[in-house]
Design a protein around this ligand. Sequence first.
Ligand SMILES: NC(=O)c1ccc[n+]([C@@H]2O[C@H](COP(=O)([O-])OP(=O)(O)OC[C@H]3O[C@@H](n4cnc5c(N)ncnc54)[C@H](OP(=O)(O)O)[C@@H]3O)[C@@H](O)[C@H]2O)c1
Length: 325
Amino acid sequence: MLGPVRAALYESNGLAGDVLRIAEVDRPEPGPGQVRVKIEVSGVNPTDWKSRSGATGRPVSGFQIPHHDGAGVIDAVGPGVEPGRVGQRVWTWLAAYGQPWGTAAEWCVIPGDQAVPIPDGVSAELAASLGVPAMTAHRCLFADGPLHGRSVLVAGGAGAVGHFAIELAKHAGARVAATVSGPVKADLAARSGADLVVNYKDADAADQLASFAPPDRIVEVALGANLALDLALSGPQTRIVTYASEATDPVLPVRAAMTANVSLRFVLLYGVPRAALVQAAADITQALADGALTELPVIRFRLDECAAAHDAVQAGAVGKVLVVP
Ligand SMILES: NC(=O)c1ccc[n+]([C@@H]2O[C@H](COP(=O)([O-])OP(=O)(O)OC[C@H]3O[C@@H](n4cnc5c(N)ncnc54)[C@H](OP(=O)(O)O)[C@@H]3O)[C@@H](O)[C@H]2O)c1
């Protein structure tokens, strides 16, 4: 008889310190098409605290173990999954979506195609950082076609999504500029491989980015705050792809958008077609194997510090917040 699983979980929405607790739950058995993963490292993203807080309006049914992203080893497979996958090191994506078994636990169960083999030599920390950020970055970059020889502007190039947007765009053969708010983040964006890094708070940011105008993609984290800058740089081939909302929705300057002939796209990972997600996971794994993806500085918490990990992400921690079960 296998023992229970130690997990961080919540049964209602609220503040991290109020609703997140450590508990033991029955060890899940993988169902048809599923694998069970012994979690080594769990990655925390803004969506995890937003879902827990109730901000996203997703109701909790029973209990919820948070976190989509993780790295670990498959220790059991359900019916229909190749038994040879037992023992495989994997990274996970969208583990906690539509089911209670997120990665903030010693074990989780997940559909087999959401547990992706990790290439040799890749750390668990990097593998556990990929799911939400790299998949989002991939969709923003490639939903409108390949980028070889194209140019990309990544707003917020030191953020988790921004970091992988820079690295995936460089891996795809694009020229990449990034914006940041100060020197520490400028250093991170430059280390990710950005060819040009500009402080978006500079009054002449558009002039500094002139050699990238018009970019083929703008991967945008703050459409309202950056709209004037984005439109100043945009042309008919520019697709501004927004993946985050701000406290207040922007007012669209229609004449300026028409003048630029710009196109807008919006991305929410939960609604991206499954085939595109599976392709993104394959492309990201290839980039990993090619050595094109790197870790952000890691901020590590124990499982019993999961509430503090959520608060750190909510407070805008610089780097990648990880929880070790
Ligand atoms: N749509 C989706 O599916 C999806 C997927 C992943 C994440 N998200 C959302 O995207 C946001 C970022 O996620 P993350 O994990 O990358 O967070 P993160 O690691 O905290 O990064 C956010 C970055 O955005 C920068 N930023 C803030 N305002 C900016 C501005 N006006 N111009 C340029 N950069 C700016 C921040 O730096 P400074 O404040 O110092 O500039 C920070 O580096 C969150 O709101 C998250 O919920 C959405």
